[in-house]
Design a protein around this ligand. Structure first.
Ligand code: ZN
Length: 529
């Protein structure tokens, strides 16, 4: 019994990491035809769940049914966590088992669970005629007597893909938007042909209030070989006002580059801009609805499509706002001086997230090394990612200050931005300084503290932002990062990360104070009911 009680306490702590979040949007201005199309799209997308369950683990449905029979408190807690993790292994803790004894098969449900990568490769080498099908993004691999066989997704998951295609076609009949109609039809086609190229092209051309991303995309679930794509979906609604604002900001990117605090010869003009969208999510399923919820995605992955049309970045505004309410605000209440709590702003947090993304396309992309033009990435090696994430954060804040200067945002947005940006860094650093975003955030916090741009009161354990000093520190850090990227100066990058990218006592104290605050959200979608 005592063991069960301890285990129940541990399961409750795991569940408390995820705050229940209702995700919806205002659809009152959506034409009736689009509302109806959206309903049919959601029906199609709900069918991605049973597919993903089986992709995550071949015996997922049987195991879950067994687990559901255990009506003890502990059994029910395990079931609740199973549904968030989409399986009996903890995605927040290196796949540690919590409802089973066995380890997670590396190849998830895509391969026979006992097949090793070496065996797979040896078999493929000996059977070149099967290579293409066995290695395809869109097949599962099964044993066939002594050998292996590939089964196309269209066949393996026909039970769900056939009705999903029918719903997409029904939605295509309902919508009055031509680009959506085209995509829905071609994606429905792909579910039976396993050829997603044309529908990926059509997805890039979508220009519709209701948009949907549905199909097999990411390969992270396949940790054996990284070959197999998982089914997922995002059904989203955009609001015309946010899109107009975004278009205005995007048009200002060249001005923002010109405004960087570096000599003119360091400033660049980047080539074609990839499209970016701001949307509210009204439904997700499959791979997109497990463990930590994404706040933005960048698709498609098909290089042929990327070459022809670039990739589209989609920002999920209502998820970002929920994370602000349920995570960032409680963090601020613990670690921000009370006098500044009023400045905390969801809009500022959203803008900082948006301009983080936009800032990835500002600043140097290439450096001259020994008379050769090479990518900054190559020059900075392992230090590139944390430096680039750090740059995107701080340059995002710098860009927003510029927008305020130019009169595009109210003057009182200044303090909202400075305070929300600074506290937002603690949300990132929670993910650890071993990871690029976390390390980049630590660099910013520690630099700002060392320059007095924020102060830490050891007595109260709270931070106070010094607005004027913080603005100066932001400008200085943008300058330093852009210059070291421009020079491809790996030694300077390493020195910055070593000097400031660590877990210092104020950060450690802050993190221990916010330990019980959720790390993510568990979504529910009223518009899908
Ligand atoms: Zn980034």
């Amino acid at each position: 019994m005592a063991k069960d009680v301890n285990e129940a306490t541990a399961m409750k702590a795991k569940l408390a990491q995820f705050a229940q979040a209702e995700l919806t949007t205002d659809v009152s201005t959506l034409p009736e035809a689009e509302k109806k199309a959206m309903k049919a799209i959601i029906k199609a997308c709900a069918l991605m769940d049973p597919i993903f369950d089986r992709q995550a683990w071949a015996t997922y449905p049987e195991f879950r049914a067994e687990l559901a029979k255990d009506t003890s408190e502990l059994g029910q807690l395990k079931l609740a966590y199973f549904d968030i993790m989409r399986g009996p292994w903890d995605r927040q803790d290196h796949h540690a088992p919590f409802a089973t004894e066995t380890a997670r098969p590396k190849g998830a449900g895509f391969y026979p669970p006992d097949l090793s990568a070496e065996q797979f490769k040896a078999y493929v080498k000996a059977h070149p005629e099967q290579k293409q099908a066995l290695e395809s993004l869109f097949t599962v691999v099964r044993r066939d007597g002594e050998g292996l066989k590939a089964i196309w997704y269209s066949e393996a998951f026909a039970q769900w893909l056939v009705p999903a295609a029918e719903q997409l076609k029904a939605a295509a009949e309902l919508t009055e938007n031509a680009s959506l109609k085209t995509f829905l039809k071609s994606r429905a086609e792909a579910f039976s042909s396993n050829d997603y190229y044309q529908s990926d092209m059509d997805w890039m051309d979508l220009d519709s209030r209701v948009e949907v991303t549905v199909g097999p995309y990411e390969t992270y679930e396949d940790e054996l070989l990284g070959l197999k794509a998982s089914f997922e979906c995002f059904v989203t609604v955009s609001d015309p006002e946010a899109s107009a604002k975004l278009a205005k900001y995007k048009a200002m990117l060249p001005k923002m580059e010109a405004n960087l605090p570096v000599p003119d010869e360091v400033k660049t003009t980047r080539g074609s801009q990839s499209p970016i969208r701001v949307v509210d999510v009204v439904y997700t399923s499959g791979d997109a609805r497990k463990s930590v919820q994404t706040i933005a995605f960048n698709l498609p992955n098909d290089e042929r499509v990327r070459k022809a049309k670039g990739a589209k970045k989609v920002m999920l505004r209502n998820i970002i706002e929920k994370k602000f309410d349920l995570i960032l605000r409680p963090i601020a209440q613990q670690i921000l001086d009370e006098s500044q709590l009023a400045h905390l702003s969801a809009e500022a947090f959203f803008n900082e997230t948006l301009f983080h993304e936009l800032s990835h396309s500002l600043g140097p992309a290439f450096v001259q090394k020994h008379g050769q033009k090479i990518e900054v990435r190559m020059a900075l090696e392992a230090s590139y990612s944390p430096i680039e994430e750090c740059k995107a954060d701080v340059m995002g804040a710098y860009d927003i200050l510029y927008l305020i200067d130019e009169g595009h945002l109210e003057k009182d947005f200044r303090n909202k931005l400075l305070v929300s940006y600074f506290i937002g860094l603690f949300r990132s650093v929670r993910f650890g300084v071993a990871e690029a975003h976390g390390k980049g955030a630590a660099v910013q916090i520690n630099r700002f503290l060392s320059e007095g741009a924020a102060t830490y009161d050891e007595q109260t354990g709270k931070f106070t932002v010094q607005p004027e000093k913080l603005e100066a520190s932001i400008e200085k850090l943008v300058h330093d990062l852009v210059m070291l990227q421009h020079n491809g100066d790996k030694a300077a990058a390493d020195a910055l990360l070593t000097g400031f990218g660590g877990m210092t006592p104020p950060i450690a104290a802050a993190l221990s104070k916010v330990q019980s605050i959720p790390v993510d959200v568990k979504p529910s979608y009223p518009l899908a009911d």
